[in-house]
Design a protein around this ligand. Structure first.
Ligand SMILES: *Cc1c(COP(=O)(O)O)cnc(C)c1O
Length: 413
C-alpha cells in the first residue's frame, strides 16, 4: 500500500468511512471559516501535518535513541535525535526530552524528578491563571502535593514578586512553579530564580504558552533560570500536540527516566518527527517575524478592545494573549463568549484578577499564522465589541467573519 498524499488519504477515508470523513472535513471547514482566537491554538504547517500522519505512527519505540526496547528503531532514532538537537539549539538548552505526550505530562515528569508526594509547592493559584497541573484538586498535582498559591495584584493584574517572596519564606516550598494559562505579561524568570535560591527551592518554569515566542526571540527565555522548563509544542510554537522538557545536562538522565519509564510508555514517533519539523521551521527568520507579528497583533487587539470599553487586564500584553473584562459593557463573560461563538469568533472565558466574574481570553497565534495583520485586528475588535454589546447582529457578523477568514485560508488549496 503506497503512502498517500493528504488529499488522496482524505479521499480514501471518504470512500471507506464517510461518517468519520464528514466530521473531518466539517472540522477543517469550521477552522477555516471562523476565527480561532483561543490563545492555546494554532495552525500547524502541512509539513508538520505530513509527519504527524505518517507511518512513523506505526512504530513502537520504548526507550531512547540507541537504547530501545524494540527492534527496527534505526530510523526513528535519527528522527528523535534530530528533534532533540534542533530543540537544544533553538532554546540554548543542554538537554531536551521530546517524548512528553503533552504539556501536562511534561509537568508530571518534572514533579517526578524534583518532588516527593506530600512536598510543598508554590505556584500561581488557579483563580489567578495557574494551570490544572499547578495544584487543582481535580488533578494529580493537587492530590499528591501540598500546593500553596500565589496570586496577582487585584488592581494591576501583575505578579507581585514581593508577595511571592513572602509566601516562599513563610512556606519554604520544595519547588516554585512559574507559568500561567492567562498571564499576558513576560515573567521575570531572574526574579523567580532569586526567590527560589533565597529559600532553597527548585524552580520549574511551565512555559507552555510563551515557548513559541521564546523560539522567535519575542519573549525572555526561561532556560538559563529554571531547573526544568516544561512546555507544549502546539501553542504559539505551531508544532504537533505534545510536550517537552528542557534542563541542564546534570538533570538529563533523571528527566528522561521521569518521562519513560516512570510516567509514559512508548514514544509517539510520528509526533516526535513532527516536533522536529516544527523546530526546523521555528529556527527560520520567517518564524522570528511571525512571533513578533503575533505580539504586535495582540497589542493592537488589546488597545482596540480597551478603546471599545473592555477592561484589559494589566492594561495590555507583552505576548500572544490578552484577557479582557466585558463587565464595563454590561455583559458577563460567559454570555459574551456565547454571543461571539454564534458570530464565528471562537475564544475562551478566563478568571480575572479581581474576585468574581469571568473575562475573555484571546490569542493571536492562529490568526497571525493565517497572515492577518493590523487592519484585520482593528476590524475584529469592532466586530467583537459590537457582538458582545448586542448592537451588531450575530448572523450578519457571522457572514463578515466568514468572508474575512476566507481571505486568509489556513491551508490554501
Ligand atoms: C497548555 C498548558 C499546559 C498543558 O498542556 P496540555 O498539552 O493541554 O496538557 C500546562 N501548563 C500550562 C501553563 C499551559 O498553558
Amino acid at each position: 500500500m503506497p503512502v498517500m498524499t493528504e488529499p488522496a488519504a482524505t479521499a480514501e477515508l471518504l470512500r471507506q468511512d464517510p461518517e468519520l470523513a464528514e466530521i473531518l472535513l466539517g472540522e477543517t471547514a469550521r477552522q477555516a471559516d471562523s476565527l480561532q482566537l483561543i490563545a492555546a491554538e494554532n495552525f500547524m504547517s502541512p509539513a508538520v501535518l505530513a509527519a504527524l500522519g505518517s507511518p512513523l505512527a506505526n512504530k513502537y519505540a520504548e526507550g531512547y535513541p540507541g537504547a530501545r526496547h524494540h527492534g527496527g528503531c534505526e530510523l526513528v532514532d535519527v528522527a528523535e535525535r534530530l528533534a532533540i538537537d534542533r530543540a537544544r539549539a533553538l532554546f540554548g538548552a543542554e538537554h531536551v526530552n521530546v517524548q512528553a505526550h503533552s504539556g501536562s505530562s511534561a509537568v508530571l515528569a518534572a514533579y517526578a524528578v524534583l518532588l516527593k508526594p506530600g512536598d510543598t509547592v508554590l505556584a500561581m493559584g488557579l483563580p489567578s491563571g495557574g494551570h490544572l497541573t499547578h495544584g487543582s484538586p481535580a488533578n494529580f498535582s493537587g492530590r499528591w502535593f501540598d500546593f500553596v498559591p500565589y496570586g496577582v495584584d487585584a488592581e494591576s493584574g501583575l505578579i507581585d514578586y514581593e508577595q511571592v517572596r513572602a509566601a516562599a519564606r513563610a512556606h519554604r516550598p520544595k519547588a516554585i512553579v512559574c507559568g500561567s494559562i492567562s498571564y499576558p505579561r513576560h515573567i521575570d524568570y531572574a526574579a523567580f530564580r532569586e526567590i527560589a535560591d533565597d529559600v532553597g527551592a527548585h524552580l520549574i518554569a511551565d512555559a507552555a504558552h510563551p515557548i513559541g515566542l521564546v523560539a522567535g526571540g519575542a519573549a525572555p527565555n526561561p532556560v538559563p533560570y529554571a531547573d526544568i522548563v516544561c512546555a507544549t509544542t502546539h501553542k504559539v510554537l505551531r508544532g504537533p500536540r505534545g510536550g517537552m522538557l528542557l534542563c541542564a545536562a546534570e538533570l538529563a538522565d533523571r528527566v528522561d527516566r521521569a518521562v519513560f519509564p516512570f510516567t509514559q510508555g512508548g514514544a509517539q514517533m510520528h509526533t516526535i518527527a513532527a516536533k522536529a519539523v516544527a523546530f526546523g521551521e521555528a529556527a527560520r527568520p520567517a518564524f522570528t517575524a511571525y512571533a513578533h507579528q503575533v505580539v504586535a497583533n495582540a497589542r493592537l487587539l488589546a488597545g482596540a478592545l480597551a478603546a471599545e470599553g473592555f477592561g484589559v487586564t494589566t492594561g495590555g500584553t507583552d505576548t500572544h494573549l490578552l484577557t479582557v473584562d466585558p463587565a464595563p459593557l454590561g455583559v458577563a463573560g460567559v454570555v459574551a463568549r456565547g454571543r461571539l461563538a454564534s458570530a464565528g469568533m471562537i475564544l475562551d472565558t478566563c478568571a480575572l484578577p479581581h474576585e468574581g466574574g469571568r473575562g475573555l481570553r484571546l490569542g493571536t497565534a492562529a490568526v497571525t499564522t493565517q497572515g492577518m495583520g493590523e487592519g484585520e485586528m482593528a476590524r475584529i475588535a469592532v466586530l467583537l465589541s459590537g457582538v458582545v454589546r448586542g448592537v451588531l447582529d450575530a448572523s450578519t457578523v457571522r457572514e463578515e467573519v466568514r468572508e474575512l477568514a476566507g481571505r486568509f485560508p489556513p491551508y490554501p488549496a
